[in-house]
Design a protein around this ligand. Structure first.
Ligand code: PHE
Length: 453
């Protein structure tokens, strides 16, 4: 059995909070959330998402942290370790590793976009460009498969350099500076956005709830995103929880992270939509949304270039700290279950992730067998991966975690795990009820509605 010491542990509870929020806060909040809000038509989608965070995502996040902290091993072995026998629950751990592969493959491509935009900002490439020209910059880059591949490669190398060195050393320190800087930057941008004429219409767009517009696909996307954004459903938070010390407050930490993460996603939409609406651009601008609206706003700013450099650097870093957690799950499975040395596990599996991401990097423009990728797979390749991973694999993983903790793990371990070190011990019955009934029934309802639609 690997003990806590040799596996590494966080130096402090705040270390766990920073690293886990580093995992949670990423492209999901700043790149993905605003653009799927736009594509789904706003209002009802945001509200469904908030409900999903409250009733499904956060309770399962708490469950994941507890499983990690109790089992102290990677998701592949965690369930069996708690039950003290070899069981079929191992399958959930295997699913986690696959989900990690799938997400990281395209995540790294989009993270590469943030590197390219960092480079463009450093070159001052947006100065004096019209809104259409700024949108054109993205379209052209998106279609350039070779350049996408290049940045995907660079980003994977950066991710692997951290993971191969071991988690708690690198991330904890970096996250202590970068995460607060990101929050400050968003706050400043939010203040700016609130002065724009497009702010008020954005609020209407984002918060008007019309029940009639809810569709099964929209509901699944909202629920799926609540998993994606919290990094829940594939063992990432479980793995980080496994480095948490027994006496640390797992419940309070998980809820703090969920709260921070939700705030960042909401802030990003409240920043980007006013910019888009003020410039008279479409809210349905798809995956390029953040890459068009930020240069648009900041290129008109005094000192805008510096702001833009900071923004894309922070976006890149937010993506890096999430990618590290994805890679960590994949690597930790091989390290803990197959006893691979950390370095080789990281690099070998990292190459697999890189190769898996190649179609996503090429999917923006290049053709295969003379046809555009999108016409063969029905959607862009990265969109297909994203759809499968966040709408199906993560929620299915989450469903199993809620069932495991709610019904199958020893009750005394569960209760003790929840209450130990926690100031929120009184919430135990509420949490258990949600975990046993509300979350699984909610998830099954949304799955069935989507399958039947
Ligand atoms: N939560 C991350 C984001 O929002 C993505 C992620 C998903 C990371 C699953 C780890 C596990 O960007």
């Amino acid at each position: 059995m690997t003990d806590q010491h040799s596996r590494g542990a966080w130096a402090s509870r705040i270390g766990f909070i920073l690293a886990a929020s580093g995992s949670a806060i990423g492209l999901g909040n700043i790149w993905k959330f605003p653009y799927i809000v736009g594509e789904n038509g706003g209002g009802y989608f945001v509200i469904l998402y908030l409900v999903a965070i409250l009733l499904v995502g956060s309770p399962i996040m708490v469950a994941e942290v507890l499983v990690g902290r109790i089992a102290r091993t990677s998701p592949m072995d965690a369930f069996d370790r708690i039950l003290g026998a070899r069981t079929a629950w191992r399958g959930v751990g295997v699913l986690s590793a696959f989900t990690g592969f799938a997400i990281l493959s395209y995540y790294s491509v989009v993270a590469g976009w943030s590197l390219h935009y960092l480079y463009l900002s450093l070159m001052n490439a947006f100065e004096g460009l019209s809104p259409d020209a700024i949108a054109g910059v993205f379209a052209k880059f998106y279609a350039n498969g070779g350049l996408n591949l290049f940045w995907h490669f660079i980003f994977m190398v950066l991710t692997l350099s951290v993971v191969q060195a071991g988690v708690s050393r690198g991330i904890e320190l970096a996250a202590k500076i970068i995460m607060p800087a990101l929050l400050l930057m968003l706050l400043a941008l939010l203040i700016y956005a609130s002065t724009l004429p497009g702010f008020k219409p954005s609020l209407d767009f984002l918060f008007r709830f019309e029940l009639g517009r809810v569709t099964a696909a929209g509901a699944l996307e909202a629920v799926g995103h609540s998993f994606f954004t919290l990094s829940v459903g594939m063992g990432a938070i479980m793995t980080y929880g496994s480095y948490l010390r027994q006496k640390d407050d797992a419940v309070g930490s998980a809820l703090t992270i969920a709260g921070l993460d939700t705030m960042v996603g909401m802030a990003a939409t409240l920043i980007l939509f006013p910019i888009l609406l003020t410039a008279g651009l479409e809210t349905k601008s798809g995956p390029g949304l953040v890459f068009v609206s930020i240069p648009l706003a900041l290129s008109q700013f005094p000192g805008g270039q510096i702001w833009m450099i900071c923004f894309f650097f922070l976006l890149f870093f937010a993506a890096l700290s999430s990618a590290i957690s994805l890679m960590e799950v994949v690597a930790a499975s091989a390290i803990d279950s197959f006893h691979w040395p950390r370095k080789s596990a990281s690099w070998i599996l990292g190459i697999v992730v890189f190769l898996l991401g190649v179609p996503s990097a090429l999917s923006g423009g290049d053709t295969v067998f003379g046809k555009p990728w999108a016409s063969i797979f029905g959607r862009n390749f990265f969109d297909l991966f994203d759809h499968l991973a966040s709408n199906w694999m993560l929620p299915i993983g989450g469903l199993f975690i809620s069932l495991f903790v709610g019904w199958f793990m020893p009750a005394d371990l569960r209760e003790q795990g929840f209450k130990e070190g926690s100031r929120l011990a009184a919430l135990y019955p509420v949490w258990l009820f949600i975990l046993r009934f509300i979350a699984p029934i909610g998830l099954l309802t949304v799955f069935l509605a989507k399958l039947g639609s």
